[in-house]
Write a protein that binds this ligand. Structure first.
Ligand code: ATP
Ligand code: MG
Length: 444
């Protein structure tokens, strides 16, 4: 289904009826949908009217009912709904009952279905309304997709609970966002929303005076983006951290310093700890390790993947996120990358973010991604993929020369490759797994 208010109505109807809502990325092909239908065995499939014919055979074969929902609130789902008498008594449900299965973004491998309960969603919405000071006076500029946790739960549940208003846009467009800001008070976005706003000359202090809060998440916000945005508008973007399996975990403060490059402190009732990936023991303040999360926000497990669930849950209730990070003296959490992106070269651990930060500081570099590629001698070879600016792009040799004075030898990239853009998915996440595939033969 394409994004529309009726999609949210359908989610709420599921919540009240005790059904489980399972939204899917609108970009999926029939073959991909087949996988999810096989995995989830839905009773009812709702699709955009123009895709009905594509899905008829599959629905019949799986014994699922098939209805349509269009962006204008049209389609057979709404026709059927309009024939109901409107009186409905909510099915009695508990905090622990399932309400949704959301698939992860598939950044590190095949998407996994995260089983989420009413308690997971309710506790997180309560925490976010409080933390971000949402009230019924708020209007959220909503340009995110609603098949992902960010646009669906972080944004929508928070606004529904606070009684505020949402301006639903099908996708993000900087020009349109600037035009709507005088009617809005808040925006939630992925970092690319902010970099695109910064490229627009209309982004000024005046254009954003009606806004009280800009929130970013789903991928790392560069400290530089944070600083430039503050210089242009006077707003310090508030960065937070979450994931499909846990909803939101931490947030920079509403009142108090919003520190660029950090994702702030744990939300109310959420515990965050850092453990040693080698032996899982808790690490002291400041050290980098695996981020683990415990709280009412943590999901019930992966749908039909009990072994995977068991691997990622500790006996004391902590969920192993797969993200590496540290917590500083003041309790702020920083993410340094994903465990799967850690590079092991010649027996040394290399954290890509450290190298990326150094490369991004070089004149003429727009952004970079550092990945490990199979290497005969080193196991993995540190490799930098760089997007250079149009003006005076640096050379591979110049970048390496600069890094030599800044980083230990084992951390230095073996090669620096230039690309026009880093591959990103709809949530603005850099696709490192894809890049590792693309360049897998680089070192022979
Ligand atoms: P998969 O689990 O299928 O590989 P995914 O982890 O990208 O995909 P999501 O659940 O959509 O799927 O994303 C959660 C991840 O996004 C987090 O584990 C973290 O790596 C990243 N993330 C979220 N917010 C931030 C942030 N503010 N800064 C850096 N990374 C973030
Ligand atoms: Mg994940």
């Amino acid at each position: 289904m394409e994004k529309s208010p009726e999609v949210i109505a359908l989610f709420l109807a599921c919540a009240r009826a005790g059904a489980i809502f399972l939204p899917l990325n609108t970009a999926y092909t029939l073959a991909e949908i087949e996988y999810f239908v096989d995995d989830a065995e839905p009773k009812l499939i709702v699709v955009a009217p123009q895709r009905i014919s594509q899905l008829v055979d599959l629905a019949v074969h799986k014994g699922a009912m098939l209805l349509s929902l269009g962006v204008a609130g049209d389609g057979t789902l709404m026709e059927a709904a309009n024939q109901q008498n409107g009186a409905f008594r909510d099915v009695s449900l508990g905090w622990d009952d399932l309400v949704a299965i959301l698939y992860t973004s598939g950044t590190t491998g095949r998407s996994k279905g995260a089983m989420l309960t009413h308690g997971n969603l309710a506790s997180n919405a309560l925490a976010l309304v409080e933390t971000w000071h949402f009230t019924e006076a708020d209007t959220l500029l909503h340009a995110l997709p609603v098949y992902h946790t960010h646009g669906l739960f972080t944004a929508t549940n928070t606004l529904l609970l606070s009684g505020g208003t949402m301006l639903f846009r099908p996708k993000f467009d900087a020009e349109e966002a600037l035009r709507l800001m005088p009617q809005a008070t808040t925006m939630m976005g992925v970092p690319t929303f902010y970099t695109r706003l910064l490229q627009h000359p209309g982004l000024t202090r005046k254009a954003t005076t009606h806004m009280r809060l800009f929130i970013s998440g789903s991928a790392p916000l560069l400290a530089e983006t944070h600083a430039e945005f503050a210089a242009r508008t006077g707003h310090a973007i508030l960065e937070r951290y979450g994931m499909t399996e846990t909803n939101m975990n931490s947030s920079n403060p509403y009142d108090g310093p919003r520190i660029a490059g950090t994702v702030g402190k744990p939300l109310p009732d959420v515990d965050i700890r850092i453990t040693d990936p080698a032996n899982s023991s808790p690490l002291p303040v400041g050290e980098i390790g695996m981020i683990e999360i415990r709280g009412p926000n943590v999901f019930k497990g992966y749908w039909r993947m009990p072994e995977k669930t068991a691997e990622e849950m500790r006996a004391d209730g902590f969920f192993i996120t797969g993200d590496l990070g540290r917590i500083d003296d003041n309790g702020y959490v920083s993410i340094v990358g994903r465990g799967k992106d850690l590079i092991i070269t010649g027996g040394f651990n290399v954290y890509p973010k450290e190298i990326e930060t150094e490369i991004d500081l070089i004149e003429g570099v727009v952004e970079s991604a550092v990945i490990g590629i199979p290497h005969r001698d080193f196991g993995e070879g540190v490799t930098a993929i760089v997007v250079a600016s149009n003006g005076t792009p640096p050379t591979e040799a110049a970048i390496l020369a600069h890094l030599q004075s800044r980083l230990a030898k084992f951390k230095l990239p073996k090669r620096v490759l230039f690309v026009d853009d880093l591959p990103r998915n709809a949530m603005g996440k850099v696709q490192k797994a894809l890049m590792r595939q693309t360049y897998s033969d680089l070192y022979g």
